[in-house]
Design a protein around this ligand. Sequence first.
Ligand code: MSP
Length: 640
Amino acid sequence: MTEPFYITTPIYYVNARPHLGHAYTTIIADVITRFHRMCGAESFFLTGTDEHGDKIVRAAKKENTSPRLYVDQISALFRRLWPELDIDYSHFIRTTDAGHISVVEQILQKIYDAGDIYFSEYEGKYCFGCERFYTERELVDGRCPDHETEPEVIKESNYFFKMSKYQDWLIDHIRRHPDFIRPERYKNEVLAFLREPLEDLCISRPKSRLKWGISLPFDNDYVTYVWFDALLNYVSALGYPDGEAFRKYWPVAQHIVAKDILKPHGIYWPIMLKAAGIDTYRHLNVHGYWNIEQSKMSKSLGNVVEPLELKNIYGLDSFRFFLLRDMTFGLDSSFSESALVQRINSDLANDLGNLFSRTLTMAGKYFKAVVPAADPKIDADLKLGLKSAAAETVDTYEAAMATFGFNRALQATWDFIGRMNKYIDVMAPWELAKKDANRKQLEAVIYNLLEGLRIISGLIYPVMPQTAATMQKHLGLDPSAKFYSLEKLKSWGGLAAGTRLLKSIILFPRIETKSTGPRATHEGPAEKEKPEKLPEITIEEFTRVDLRVATVVKAEAVPRARKLLKLEIDLGEKRTIVAGIAGNYEPAELVGKQVIVVANLKPAKLMGILSNGMLLAAVDGDRVTLATLDREATPGTRLS
Ligand code: MSP
């Protein structure tokens, strides 16, 4: 029987809105869970929010609200976002849940009773941003490496956890289990850290300084250090100590984190588990960072990418595909909209989209949209290695997915898609269709193409569940049957002759890149480009567009965005607009110019800047010419 599968994401701090980085981790947890379900494993996928500590108190204060109301509000943002990204978690934990708090108290008491927590006075350098003491060797030029601020010297009495006692045990455990922390670079990083003596961990904060936390069960004047509290979510969510889920899933626990929180997960956590008498987790899977056009994503740089915005512009499956295809698990990756568009146009619209629509169109034309039977005698010659290539693809895919090699799994799938496209070119079904004598061959060729698509639809399911469902529906497969089972992808011939197919469709519209901004069009990938003919509209419909005269007051380049200019305009009121006209206009030549603006367009964020309206322009290839007026008009005048 297949082993159960348990995966967790970090529980996210509620001091900021969810962004691309959080979405990435949570999407890969969703993908790996869907994959294990395909393999027949009972699976549990845990995510949630980390809600205690000073960071949260300060964030709440900034919003003029109480920590309680604040955490409820931001936690809900995370919880509601995930289903919008097709993230199908099993449980959402909050560290303010009563069940979690009780487990933290139990475990603290247990470790305290065992003598691994002691009380002592300590003077050290404390970073308020990280909410922890730093040792000299961890500081960079005397500053916190994360916040680049000088930590403050603090002297206070606190409770300490005897991490040092377990240092040798941990080194030994990591050596004996080479894939305990993976990829290897992060295992090496942890081992390098463990070469120096481990200091004991300060696990309390006096209530005189911080009240928003879980009280220590053995001293009511203190709250628990937020990391000691947060890490325990991974067992409290399963109903530690004697819940059924804990018994079933804890022995196979795997965590996903990014490199920023390697130390708490690679060092504190296994030692906490050891001290509490709980077996340690099986794997810590560590990924790299998404940077934005080469720089760190941060609020202060204004380049924080909102996942929903990308989903709304490019489509959810395309967004998920890009994230998994363009990052090698463990390494950093750079995000840019142009790379995303390129991936969509080449891998999705061209390779997969074309294969799908060509095949269904041919099946419709030659076989009235019914799966033909492949005569085994003839078919043997006509598979041209397709069958063995499919089997190899599924094997490579399975091995890669099991070890978080998402991009390798997708690469293998796309190699197979490439092979299928070549198969069409070599077999030229349109030539076979010309002669009745070739009918049997044509049947076998179309059958093989449809069967190949069935296998592809299963392989893409964890990453692109909606596209997989659409493909399967068009291939006449019953969505309630388990066509995602990996077992069913391992054997050729699962598609039954006589099955009714649906009409060909375009799975992924090409993204037009020449306009002033990215725009999804509904042109087919194979079609020649021609001016889009739009349907007729009534005068009432036209008047719903609020076109206004505006004067450009200020213009400047948007850092790290080749095509964008940020404009301040006056249309009776001041507005900011981000326009894709850099390269066609210098900022200086725009100031004073009168332009035409769509004033009631829903605001959208581009490179972190809220654009409130859109300029009208003639777009001819790369040449963009702004629409202007032939004499001056009062800013704000409506065009009709
Ligand atoms: N609350 C702690 C985790 C406690 S777990 C017991 C925390 N929260 S966090 O909100 O800061 O989330 C950090 C995690 O968010 C990273 O480990 C990673 O999963 C994700 N990411 C945040 N920024 C990221 C990128 N720029 N790129 C990729 N992932 C990133 O730390």
